[in-house]
Write a protein that binds this ligand. Structure first.
Ligand SMILES: Cc1ncc(COP(=O)(O)OP(=O)(O)O)c(N)n1
Ligand SMILES: Cc1ncsc1CCOP(=O)(O)O
Length: 423
């Protein structure tokens, strides 16, 4: 698959063409790119907008269309010159244009004047989809009304926000629910519209492309790159395939460990999609990891979503404190082990716990215990343990960013346990 991104260049890589290429590459789609303007900026301000010449943009278009067959084009920051050229190519190659009408930067630098707005309306009427945020949508509709312009009836308009509204011919077709994440990530809009374009190029129907891109953008916000003045887009794709592959490899690694920290109830390891809503967003073994009679263990069952209850509840609670924590495994409790980890490895493991005797009535122990353990230290620990209760085995739970991370922690913990027991 190939898409073309036409937009501005942001040297910090947060927005513009850099964000488009990162997004497309992450989604396995080859991204051609045409630069309209060079826009040095930070998360505090835009320094300038240097527009490339008509001739240079003409040659950029000429090169990509000479070298590639192109169906989908995503646009970011545009200039009059680049719109004039693009309009000709739309007609010549019957291009499907997804136009992200970037009227201004989040740092309030205007990219568009009235003359350019006229050009944008012309482009909208030759586009497949436009993806304005709510503010951009209102400005566009006010401009259209004031100038007595009209938008073509078959133009899809996705008004982006926490929830996104898909319209066509003034009719709402669908609403895509989202999450409010308190993190302003530079380039989010660019990444989102490019992700939609990439999924369309893979053959997704529009509403499926939007849905998948919405999930994608949440991961990219969660894993955004921290900068001096904010966060930059860091397109990250974690889907069911990613989770199943991680768990499969984690179990492969576990089998290479002399793993003996298996509780009587057995162990399970689980990993979730980003921001899991329920058990169905979390994969684990359908069985358990259980001891065999030779001092080793069996891995029982397959990897399936919705298979875990106890570990899933731990992940659901932990991810509310830190959405980067997507995996957990329960292992056998040992007092000396916890004591040693606390005393000698506090720089490697953050440890917290809960006491079952303090459990209030009518709660889920795993949800309540995990929440208590996180609140106690103000973050999600690497290890949550409890000393058991009436008919309840004491337990250690190891948490991490994914199941491979968890297994590597378990491997280290097992080595510490072995060294203690050898003494
Ligand atoms: C070169 C360039 N392209 C696009 C933008 C807009 O990015 P941002 O201001 O972060 O807005 P969203 O992408 O989040 O809508 C830019 N600043 N520079
Ligand atoms: C029984 C039990 N209790 C705490 S973890 C555990 C094993 C894993 O349970 P599940 O497979 O329901 O996550």
């Amino acid at each position: 698959m190939v898409i073309l991104a036409v937009g501005g260049y942001d040297p910090t890589g947060g927005a513009g063409i850099s964000a488009d290429i990162k997004t497309s590459h992450t989604l396995g789609v080859y991204c051609l790119s045409i630069i309209t303007s060079i826009i040095p900026q930070t998360n505090k301000e835009v320094y300038e907008k240097y527009d490339l010449s008509k001739e240079n943009i003409e040659n950029q278009f000429k090169s990509v269309f000479e070298e590639f067959e192109i169906e989908y084009v995503k646009t970011g920051v545009l200039t009059s010159q680049s719109i004039d050229i693009l309009l000709k190519y739309i007609d010549k190659y019957d291009l499907k244009v997804i136009c992200d009408p970037v009227l201004a930067s989040t740092t309030k630098y205007n990219f568009v004047d009235e003359k350019l707005m006229d050009k944008y309306i012309e482009l909208f009427n030759k586009s497949y989809l436009i993806t304005p945020n709510r503010e951009e949508y209102n400005k566009i509709m006010e401009f259209v009304k004031n100038k007595n312009y009209h938008l073509k009836k078959d133009l899809y308009i996705l008004i982006t926000g926490i929830d996104d509204i898909l319209k066509r011919n003034s009719t709402t077709i669908n609403i895509f629910k989202g999450f409010k994440i308190n993190k302003e990530v530079h380039g989010t809009g660019c990444v989102y519209s490019t992700a939609i374009t990439a999924f369309l190029s893979k053959g997704y129907k529009l509403e499926d492309a939007i849905k998948e891109a919405k999930n994608f953008i949440l991961s990219s916000i969660i894993y955004a790159k921290k900068t001096k003045y904010g966060y930059n887009s860091n397109p990250t794709y974690i889907n069911k395939e990613t989770v199943i592959k991680n768990l499969s490899y984690a179990i492969y690694l576990l089998k290479k460990i002399n793993f003996t920290l298996i509780p009587e109830v057995g162990s399970n390891i689980a990993e979730s999609l980003p921001l899991p809503k329920d058990f169905n967003d979390i994969a684990s073994l359908t069985g358990r990891i259980i001891k065999n009679k030779l001092g080793g263990f069996y891995v029982v069952g397959d990897i399936e979503f919705g298979a875990s209850e106890h570990i899933a509840k731990i992940i659901l609670s932990a991810s509310k404190f830190n959405p980067k924590i997507r995996s957990c495994m329960n292992i056998k409790y040992d007092e000396d082990l916890i004591k040693t980890l606390k005393e000698k490895f506090k720089d490697k493991f953050i440890i917290s716990s809960f006491d079952r005797s303090e459990e209030p009535p009518n709660v889920s122990t795993m949800e309540w215990g995990t929440t208590i353990a996180c609140k106690k230290i103000g973050k999600v620990p690497d290890i949550i343990y409890d000393k058991g209760g009436l008919g309840k085995e004491p337990m250690i739970r190891v948490l991490g960013k994914d199941s491979i991370d968890v297994i590597k922690k378990v491997e280290f913990i097992q080595k510490i346990y072995n060294s203690i027991k050898e003494k």
